[in-house]
Write a protein that binds this ligand. Structure first.
Ligand code: UD1
Ligand code: UDP
Length: 377
């Protein structure tokens, strides 16, 4: 705990999945370089391989690693492990602030463990709301729980700040900071420019698909397991029948995703099913693709920033900024709708150009510095 003699703020930043790691490494870099802070990193290991990929490229060495991941983990068992594990680290560290990001089980449990100890919580990427507690599930409720008691809400946009105001959060503790994903994207782009070999491992697949238009695909949402995933696979299969396109799909490590995608799509001529890409290679995929087809949250922010149309395989989105600007479109998980919307972009140049405009409502790459200043106040 800091004292009057020692105004240094002790911060514990908690994360455990790939997207949290990507969106928090810029803040960890900033806190580590700033003498106003003693920065500690607690990773839960909710994701193991996909988290470690980010830690390695970002050069982040955690002070604590709970290593909680179990194969095909259930939400309740995961939540129990996270809550008790994070709680005992907070008892040791006794920080001035706990920082969490987004809406994962790790973020919700990190915030709750802090609240149980009356430690103030800074919520990064606060105020995203779809208005539907089952889309995305369970993320909408996770972020509402955090939002109900966070002491500092770092909202990425005016829209997310307004959502918090509507929930009667004190405006004095809501700040529009931009989304740290743009900081991360700038950082990785500069790193790959300085060291191009970091993104060379896609060369084989790029050569295999030379002359074709590339569709980048990601999919992992729990609410899409089963029929939703089967529809997505069916749409990919139909699109892959076209000779002028190829689909590059780094498949999430969740066994519920892999079982369906491998069974339905393995061996198709115009489909490359890959292991999850590290961030430099995923940035390369964003760069070479004609469009992205995804149910991811983060990709909805990155693709528009790079001028790539993004078709969102969800019923709702908590990121309406891209849709309003015309760079993102909701297509749900109906097979015919997905195929029709992709083909419209492939075959109608004016429809494509209307979506393919660089649009960046999510930040200017300086979000981490703004959040650090708020934590220092
Ligand atoms: C989690 C988050 C979701 C986020 C997503 C990002 C929750 C409830 N869900 O979903 O909000 O959008 O991460 O990707 O917090 N696995 C591995 N290795 C890994 C990662 C996952 O093997 O590196 C497998 C394991 O079998 C694990 C399973 O995937 O049990 C599910 O992981 P989990 O974090 O529970 O759910 P996600 O669907 O990844
Ligand atoms: N990403 C990555 N490799 C991949 C797929 C995604 O590095 O193979 C990155 C992507 O750039 C984005 C983040 O992972 O920053 C999104 O993670 P995910 O889709 O798993 O979670 P969500 O954003 O939906 O919570």
């Amino acid at each position: 705990m800091s004292t009057l003699e020692s105004p240094v703020r002790n911060i514990v930043t908690v994360f455990g999945t790939r997207p949290e790691a990507i969106k928090l490494f810029p803040l960890v870099h900033t806190l580590e370089a700033d003498e106003r802070f003693d920065s500690r990193v607690l990773v839960t290991g909710q994701h193991r391989g996909m988290l470690d990929q980010v830690l390695e490229i970002a050069g982040v060495t955690p002070h604590h690693d709970l290593d909680v991941m179990q194969p095909n983990q259930s939400l309740d068992a995961l939540t129990a492990r996270l809550l008790t594990g994070i709680g005992s680290v907070l008892d040791t560290e006794q920080p001035d602030w706990v920082v969490v990001q987004g809406d994962t089980a790790t973020a919700m449990c990190g915030a709750l463990a802090a609240y149980y100890r009356k430690i103030p919580v800074c919520h990064v990427e606060a105020g995203l709301r779809s208005g539907d507690i089952y889309h995305p599930w369970p993320e909408e409720v996770n972020r509402k729980v955090i939002g109900s008691f966070a002491a500092l809400h770092a909202a990425p946009t005016d829209t997310s700040a307004a959502a918090l105001h509507r929930e009667n959060v004190d405006p004095a503790i809501v700040h529009v900071t931009g989304n740290t994903v743009i900081d991360a994207l700038h950082w990785i782009t500069a790193k790959v420019e300085a060291e191009p070999s970091l993104a060379w491992d896609l060369a084989d697949v790029e050569e295999r698909f030379a002359g074709k238009r590339i569709i980048g695909v990601t999919s992992h949402r729990r609410e899409n397991f089963g029929d939703g995933m089967r529809n997505i696979a069916g749409a990919i299969k139909r699109l892959a029948a076209r000779e002028d396109v190829a689909l590059i799909f780094p498949v999430h490590l969740n066994p519920n995703v892999r079982a369906i995608m491998n069974a339905e799509l393995e061996g198709l001529d115009n489909v490359a099913l890959l292991e999850p890409l590290d961030y430099p290679h995923f940035a390369r995929l964003l760069d070479i693709c004609t469009l992205m087809l995804t149910d991811s949250g983060g990709v909805q922010e990155e693709a528009p920033a790079l001028g790539k149309p993004v078709l969102v395989m969800r019923e709702t989105t908590e990121r309406p900024e891209g849709v309003e600007a015309g760079t993102a479109k909701l297509v749900g998980t109906d097979e015919d709708t997905i195929v029709r919307e992709v083909e419209r972009l492939l075959d109608d140049e004016s429809a494509y150009l209307a979506m393919a405009k660089a649009h960046n409502p999510f930040g200017d790459g300086k979000s981490a510095a703004r959040i650090a200043d708020l934590l220092a106040r």
